[in-house]
Design a protein around this ligand. Structure first.
Ligand SMILES: Nc1ncnc2c1ncn2[C@@H]1O[C@H](COP(=O)(O)OP(=O)(O)O)[C@@H](O)[C@H]1O
Ligand SMILES: Nc1ncnc2c1ncn2[C@H]1C[C@H](O)[C@@H](COP(=O)(O)O)O1
Length: 216
């Protein structure tokens, strides 16, 4: 395997809205770098279908479930060590999804406050070092909607497009203000992961952007 100028214990988080291509990017990048991958487990999530049927009744349960899952994954990453590529950051749960449901009235204020308290307590533990790089995947909304429909998860396909439109717009605002670690933004129109040159050029950009051990 080719050696890259990327510290071997780096943590790279792939962020972006639903359907943009995080899981696919996580797999390809982890394989190319010889890193381990950490995924969201969508198929076994007991709340996801219930949530998409009725946001108001299930948004708190779902957020707590995601928080617990991410905490377990963070602990695993911390204990196993080595380089990891991670499919979605915990920041997106709190700053985008939970906040959106609270602001739209599909999560109560008391539930939101409880969630934020728990989130803040968790990110202060040693299991949540800031990533060395956040790769932000962005692209035109119509591409993303097409991917959601083409992937065909039933609960997502039946969800009104307005939900994805709002999510996309919240992501764009969020990334403009995100400063917890270096960010590399990739537009999905500009790469093709089936093309080795395209993947190599992404890795070159990762090499340039990632936090190196001697950096502050
Ligand atoms: N670079 C790409 N080019 C074309 N299709 C892609 C690309 N990346 C992902 N897809 C497709 O788009 C859909 C969503 O991708 P996925 O990686 O599951 O997104 P996410 O994890 O962000 O929800 C899947 O059907 C996947 O095969
Ligand atoms: N924190 C979250 N709140 C609500 N919904 C969420 C959250 N994190 C993920 N999701 C949903 C969105 C998708 O339907 C699936 C998986 O996300 P993906 O972006 O496809 O990895 O879970």
């Amino acid at each position: 395997m080719r050696q890259y100028n990327i510290p071997e214990n780096s943590i790279i988080t792939v962020a972006g809205t639903v359907g943009v291509g995080k899981t696919t990017m996580t797999k390809r990048l982890a394989d190319a770098l010889g890193f381990q991958a950490s995924f969201e487990q969508v198929d076994v999530n007991p709340y996801l279908d219930l949530f998409y049927d009725d946001f108001k009744s299930w948004s708190f349960h779902l957020q707590i479930y995601f928080l617990a899952e991410r905490f377990k994954e963070q602990k695993r990453i911390f204990n196993v060590g080595g380089g990891f590529v991670q499919d979605r950051s915990i920041y997106e749960d709190a700053d985008i999804f939970a906040r959106m449901h609270y602001e739209n009235g599909t999560m109560t204020e008391v539930d939101y406050k409880t969630y934020v308290n728990l989130f803040e307590a968790m990110v202060l533990t040693p299991y949540f070092p800031q990533p060395d790089l956040l790769i932000y995947l962005d692209g035109p909304l119509e591409y993303i909607l097409e991917r959601i429909h083409q992937r065909g998860r039933p609960m997502e396909v039946k969800t009104a497009d307005e939900y994805w439109v709002e999510l996309h717009s919240r992501y764009e605002n969020w990334i403009r203000n995100f400063d917890l670690c270096p960010v590399l933004t990739l537009n999905i129109k500009d790469y093709d992961l089936n093309n080795q040159h395209s993947l190599e050029s992404i890795i070159k950009r990762v090499e340039k952007s990632i936090k190196k051990p001697d950096a502050n």
